[in-house]
Design a protein around this ligand. Structure first.
Ligand code: PMP
Length: 410
């Protein structure tokens, strides 16, 4: 059964705004879009050529390249202003205000809740325990769903915890939600995890949507380019309800450059390798810091760290010119800061700032004894891993709970 039957009924046959660029006609003289006929670039302004014209709603060249990179049929790809826009449009497409609900994990990426609130959809969250390294039980997640659940969102690697959930649970969840709800797998950080994308499951399950982004590993957060990958009817629907021109031309150009050829992709690959080494180094060093109580294993480009005094740590880092994200006020994340893995010199500065000057108390020493062992797992895992850093062109073979993917929280 197509998931279109779960879309808001009034949108199932929604007709997109017939923008000028959607018509598909090409002509030498374009007088169809009320644009300015003069190009500022030709005036000598320091501006890209062609910005006087509206962009293509879904530029074919970028779509083709990203489809190749993600190893999917281009018809299953919709490109928008970051994966944020895809999240927003999925909520708008599926959820009837005041009636439908969305199910997700807690903690997880905050925009799911915000988007649900904006749409008037109820947001139901399965609380995960920090003591349990944020493990999640698919049955408990399913128990939160009912006849009005439209989206179930699993972020893996999860932000802000770094936990990885790419294993057999994803396919099981999709099967159990068949015909009822769309399983959205947010893979914003998957390139740092070394596992296969859930996109390969879309052939078998029409209710999976995968989110990818150029904001992280491709170093283009400022360009705002993200992708939704789903069955063609869903990708098409999202395209119909989106703004007429979601992708600004300069962003499209930047994105094309980032995924242009093997040289650009090899540079990205090298950055991943460096970041993975740095992630292990920073995790180990932080775990040994007197200020730190716990560093969670992370499959992303960030670390969730519990400090003995998060407020003090945040201020200390800010004094050193380093901004991190404070999650300490969030339930279940007391004392926690999320620290993005930076360049080696930036990480050095972070670690310098975390070298505590004051002597440890007896109780904090006791707590830290356990932490040291946990932290060093990260570098042991990487050092002992015989596999090379994850390849950018992720294979279609979904691990399905075997091999590397079976490790729930690396
Ligand atoms: N998903 C997750 C899990 C994220 O952490 C973020 C950004 N922090 C996004 C999606 C949005 O990314 P973007 O809109 O830049 O693609």
């Amino acid at each position: 059964m197509s998931m279109l039957c779960r879309v808001r009924p009034e949108l199932a046959a929604f007709r997109a705004y017939a923008s000028a660029r959607r018509s598909g006609f090409e002509a030498r003289i374009r007088l169809d879009a009320n644009e300015c006929p003069w190009d500022r670039h030709e005036d000598g302004d320091d501006i890209d050529a062609g910005l006087n014209r509206y962009p293509s709603p879904q530029p074919q060249d970028l779509r083709a390249r990203l489809a190749k990179l993600y190893d999917v049929d281009p018809r299953r790809l919709w490109l928008g202003r970051g994966s944020d826009e895809a999240i927003d449009l999925l909520l708008r497409a599926f959820c009837r205000a005041g009636r439908d609900n969305v199910v997700a994990l807690d903690p997880t990426f905050g925009m799911y809740r915000i988007g649900a609130q904006l749409q008037g959809a109820e947001y139901r969250a399965l609380a995960l325990s920090a003591d349990d390294d944020f493990a999640f039980d698919a049955d408990r997640l399913l128990a939160l769903t009912d006849a009005d659940t439209k989206l179930v969102i699993v972020c893996s690697p999860n932000n802000p915890t770094g936990a990885l959930y790419h294993d057999a649970r994803i396919e099981q969840l999709a099967a159990q939600l068949a015909g009822r709800a769309l399983l959205v797998v947010d893979e914003a950080y998957i390139e740092f995890a070394g596992v296969a994308s859930a996109t390969a499951l879309i052939d078998r399950h029409d209710n999976i949507a995968v989110l990818r982004t150029l904001s992280k590993v491709h170093a283009l957060a400022g360009a705002r380019v993200g992708a939704l990958i789903a069955r063609e009817e869903i990708a098409d629907l999202i395209g119909r309800i989106s703004a007429p021109y979601p992708l600004p031309s300069p962003s499209v150009r930047a994105a094309l450059g980032a995924v242009l050829d093997e040289v650009a992709l090899a540079r990205t690959q090298k950055r991943i390798a460096t970041l993975l080494i740095e992630r292990a180094r920073v995790a180990d060093a932080l775990a040994a810091s007197l200020l730190v109580r716990k560093v969670w294993p992370s499959a992303g480009n960030f670390l969730l760290v519990r400090f003995a005094d998060a407020r003090d740590a945040f201020a200390r880092l800010l004094d050193a010119g380093i901004l991190v994200r404070d999650f300490s006020a969030q339930s279940g994340l007391t004392g926690c800061l999320r620290i993005t893995v930076g360049r080696p010199d930036e990480n050095d500065a972070l670690l310098d700032a975390c070298a505590a000057p004051s002597p440890p108390t007896a109780s904090s020493l006791g707590e830290r004894a356990g932490v040291r062992g946990r932290g060093s797992n990260e570098s042991q895992r990487l050092a002992h891993s015989e596999s090379p850093p994850p390849r950018l062109a992720l294979s279609t073979g979904f691990a399905g709970g075997e091999g590397k993917a079976a490790e729930p929280n690396p």
